[in-house]
Design a protein. Structure first.
Length: 291
């Protein structure tokens, strides 16, 4: 057994368990049927499928050796991880809109916008996942193989370019979010004639949280995306594994950042597992910018 394959399988198992719990909590709790949690549920579903894909890839690699199965597994992984990254972008857009259009955020238009973003994210991800199955692979021409077999160089270049574009859009939106947060803190300070310590701490915490979110996403995916562009299929496979494994960790960290830190999800977890946490505290619908 290749130890790198074993680590990917273990990573996939942890990812699947974490995100399955998030999906169960969101489906179980009627109070979480909001646009914000629909996006979080989309992210958890995509990461859950990615975890299952890593497990299936390990099983089929050592149990069932078939080119068809290999294509299906790789296509499934591409679609799942693409949906995960696309869901992260949708969450970022939703957070920005919740601050930029705070007065009109809780409206039917927001629901329509959320459904449109989800349909677009999953539609594009499904198309990307189908490309290897529909013939964009290197099974019959090893010369066009990429560092991720059986994907072609042009295929991984397209995927990497899409990631860089999404990363730049998220970076721009989070910078705008930081500007809005700082501006709101300044306006509150002017109304109260001084900037209190709590306002400074809240602003610093918000900016730090956004930096951690974007930093985690970039640190996880950038090495693999860059290596897909500059790497050569003749390089040792250890380079591919060493950059791919951290990318999978992003799906392991996402539930912690976007789900388990949320108070409503924490309360729903208690209700789901032991039912001992009664709804004495009224449910407060929070803006995505609070999460």
């Amino acid at each position: 057994l290749n130890p790198w394959d074993v680590m990917l399988c273990v990573s996939g198992t942890a990812i699947a368990c974490e995100n399955a719990l998030v999906v169960a909590i969101i489906c179980y709790s009627p109070a979480l049927r909001t646009p914000m949690f629909a996006l979080v549920g989309s992210l958890a579903t995509a990461d859950l499928l990615a975890g299952l894909g890593l497990i299936l890839n390990f099983v089929f690699q050592y149990v069932i050796r078939s080119e068809t199965v290999s294509l299906l597994t790789v296509g499934f992984l591409v679609a799942s991880f693409a949906a995960s990254v696309s869901s992260l972008l949708a969450i970022t857009v939703d957070r920005y809109l919740s601050l930029y259009n705070a007065l009109t955020y809780y409206s039917e238009r927001t629901v329509l916008c959320t459904h449109t973003m989800l349909a677009g994210a999953w539609g594009v991800s499904l198309c990307l996942g189908l490309l290897p199955v529909l013939g964009w692979n290197c099974l019959h021409d090893r010369a066009v193989c990429s560092v991720v077999r059986p994907l072609t160089k042009s295929n991984v270049t397209l995927l990497s370019a899409s990631f860089f574009l999404i990363f730049l859009i998220m970076l721009h939106l989070y910078i705008e979010i930081c500007k809005i947060v700082c501006r709101h803190a300044h306006q509150i300070a002017l109304q109260q004639h001084f900037l209190t310590a709590s306002h400074y701490v809240a602003t610093k915490k918000g900016v730090s949280t956004l930096a951690i979110i974007l930093g985690t996403f970039g640190a996880s995916w950038l090495p693999f995306a860059i290596y897909c562009v500059v790497g050569d299929p003749d390089y040792p496979s250890v380079y591919t594994y060493a950059t791919l494994l951290p990318a999978t960790y992003n799906s392991m960290i996402n539930p912690i950042i976007y789900a388990y830190r949320n108070q409503e999800i924490q309360r729903s977890m208690w209700v789901l597992f032991c039912g001992c946490f009664q709804a004495k505290v009224p449910f407060r619908s929070r803006s995505p910018s609070d999460v």
